[in-house]
Design a protein around this ligand. Structure first.
Ligand SMILES: Nc1ncnc2c1ncn2[C@@H]1O[C@H](COP(=O)(O)OP(=O)(O)OP(=O)(O)O)[C@@H](O)[C@H]1O
Ligand SMILES: C[C@H](N)[C@H](N)CCCCCC(=O)O
Ligand SMILES: [Mg+2]
Length: 226
């Protein structure tokens, strides 16, 4: 399986930043890596998340970007995909999305597929993000943070993923402005404890505050590299 599904405990938790940093890490290590935004809302004709991935990777646009395969569903209203689509009187074409991801994955060693929001975000009236990702058997990379409130969302996300039969490749513990260091350290400990309890690999990579020039972060544990 060369497609990793990158979800988070919430919208705005740092999935795009984490995907950009992970893609950059893999790219610099000579892996053929590309990113895909499953469904982009809040844009017209382009995906801001995808553009940010490319900028962080330090590469231009791929042929697959030009072909529209890496942002196969874009809706203008910045909301949950099911609602953004309904508001435009459009449907979310899941078959087209599946086909795009499959086509892209044939040409690359690794695909990082960024979801919208968290695992329980509806893609359609009847299908949640986690349903889609679990059906495809994608390993999950979960982005969370040390801010107060994350622990609840993180343990719920892990439980939901595991109940749907998903396997975690790892957790990205993202920098969070103003997080209390004592709380953050204990939350980190509890997340590792619950990964163990749910028989998932105890892999957690901390991502600091990022700005250009981007610091090198070692995501090796998530991708089984040292
Ligand atoms: N480690 C970090 N260092 C600096 N800024 C960060 C970091 N992580 C996130 N941010 C900032 O927080 C904001 C939200 O992050 P991001 O866009 O990655 O969230 P997201 O989870 O991808 O949201 P969405 O659900 O919309 O895709 C952005 O402005 C981003 O630059
Ligand atoms: C517009 C935003 N930045 C994301 N792309 C979509 C987030 C959907 C979240 C839905 C929810 O959890 O209530
Ligand atoms: Mg994003």
């Amino acid at each position: 399986m060369n497609v990793y599904f990158v979800s988070g405990i919430d919208t705005d938790i740092g999935k795009t930043v984490a995907v950009g940093m992970m893609a950059r890490y893999l790219h610099r290590r000579g892996r053929r890596v590309i990113t895909v935004k499953l469904i982009q809302t809040g844009n017209v004709g382009f995906s801001e998340d995808l553009d940010r991935h490319r900028a962080m990777m330090g590469v231009g646009r791929f042929p697959e970007d030009e072909a529209g395969l890496t942002a196969p569903a874009i809706f203008s209203f910045p909301a949950s995909p099911h609602f953004a689509a309904a508001r435009e009187h459009r449907t979310v074409d899941l078959d087209a999305i599946r086909a795009a991801v499959e086509k892209v994955s044939a040409n690359y060693d690794v695909v990082l597929l960024e979801g919208a929001g968290g695992l329980a975000v509806p893609l359609t009236e009847d299908l949640l993000t986690v349903d889609f990702a679990a059906e495809r058997r994608y390993p999950l990379i979960l982005v969370t943070s040390g801010r107060l409130g994350s622990l609840n969302h993180t343990i719920m996300s892990i439980e939901m993923a595991v109940r749907r039969g998903m396997k975690l490749a790892g957790v990205v513990y993202n920098w969070s402005a103003g997080a209390d260091p004592e709380i953050s350290a204990d939350s980190r400990r509890m997340i590792l404890k619950y990964l163990n309890k749910y028989q998932q690999p105890e892999i957690l990579v901390e991502l600091g505050k990022v700005a250009e020039p981007y610091p090198d972060t070692d995501f090796g544990p998530i991708f089984g590299e040292r």
